[in-house]
Design a protein around this ligand. Structure first.
Ligand code: UDP
Ligand code: MG
Length: 327
């Protein structure tokens, strides 16, 4: 009896680590992930673990596998979305449902090695709030993807005053106070990477080699990446709006100069035809500029529209086997 009480007290003292895994059609990768996470948990008995899957409307056996794991081991938990909401939304749901003293985001395809987690935890114990893993190499990714990602970081950093971590994905450990801070950012077009930078706190970088995906196919395509990149820029800064001013000023100067030129030429040579052509050119040119400006404004209007709808970010079908009633 006495022994049991001591045990209980030990469990109460143990720090809890939530590992959040967004998963969308990952039936091929999950068995490998399960194995490696179990190994990790066995090697770190001094912590209590919670593996929180966010099943993002998978159409394959992902949910079935997760349920099997939970039956065998109650440390495996899951949130099952009512449909596919995308990884970014999956991550905020993970933060909402995680119960740990810190959380770790990890991809289901094992591109982020779970073996790095002890190092992340080590720095957390040293007092860092946000320990992020920075890629040293990117195995199995095309030259084009690497190149575009590099350019994207460069452009984003130029446009904003908040410091952005380079070559960093979502693989990171966050202390409870970062989690609480992130939970307060409820905007609907989410770019979690920029939010990690925005919240600040003590950050620590850990280098790692990014592996190729273990099985299955990537769910990203260039359209999705473009979407994410544009979201990233517009959610971070309004400097693209200034772009319109930069374009407008020289355009008006050009208009003035050309206008004077045309008038003077008309008076001197009395040829109407050339001026007519010039006007057509000008009309074309300025409608081009206007379209561009409208495009930029539309970008922000769209965001305002999305935010004012104030919808819940996601809907949950069930949590750990219990149906969610959305009350
Ligand atoms: N993912 C998700 N919802 C989606 C797309 C992806 O939860 O709509 C998950 C996916 O299961 C994986 C992680 O997000 O765990 C990263 O996805 P993926 O490997 O396809 O992206 P990449 O590594 O190629 O950037
Ligand atoms: Mg991947």
């Amino acid at each position: 009896m006495q022994v049991l009480k001591n045990d209980e007290r030990d469990v109460a003292k143990m720090k809890k680590i939530s590992i959040i895994v967004p998963a969308y059609n990952e039936e091929e990768s999950l068995p490998y992930l399960y194995e490696r996470l179990n190994k990790l948990m066995d090697s770190m008995k001094q912590y209590e673990f919670e593996i929180l899957f966010i099943n993002d409307g998978s159409k394959d056996n992902t949910l079935k596998l997760i349920k099997q794991y939970r039956e065998k081991d109650s440390r495996y938990c899951y949130v099952d979305f009512s449909r596919n909401f995308g990884k970014e939304i999956g991550m905020i749901a993970g933060l909402d449902y995680a119960t740990g003293d810190c959380v770790i985001f990890i991809d289901a395809d094992l591109q982020d090695p779970p073996e790095l987690i002890p190092e992340l935890i080590k720095y957390w114990e040293e007092g860092y709030d946000d320990v992020y893993a920075r890629r040293r190499s990117r195995e199995g990714e095309t030259f084009l993807k690497k190149f575009t990602s590099k350019m994207y970081y460069k452009v984003l950093q130029k446009m904003t005053k908040v410091e952005i971590q380079k070559d960093t994905g979502d693989f990171r450990l966050l202390d409870r106070r970062c989690v609480n801070a992130l939970k307060k950012l409820r905007e609907s077009s989410r770019n979690t990477k920029s939010m990690f930078s925005w919240i600040g706190y003590n950050k620590k970088e850990v280098l790692y080699d990014r592996d190729a995906r273990i099985a299955g196919k990537t769910k990203w395509n260039y359209m999705k990446l473009m979407d994410l990149a544009i979201d990233g820029i517009t959610s971070f800064t309004t400097s693209p709006l200034r772009l319109s001013t930069w374009i407008a000023i020289p355009t008006f100067l050009m208009l003035l100069v050309y206008f004077i030129y045309v008038i003077v030429k008309c008076i001197v040579t009395s040829t109407a035809m050339q001026a007519f052509q010039a006007i057509i050119l000008l009309i074309l040119f300025f409608s081009g500029v206007q379209i561009l400006l409208f495009g930029i404004m539309g970008e922000y209007l769209g965001r305002i529209f999305n935010e004012t709808k104030n919808r819940p970010l996601y809907l949950v079908n069930e949590y750990n086997g219990k149906k969610e009633m959305n009350e």
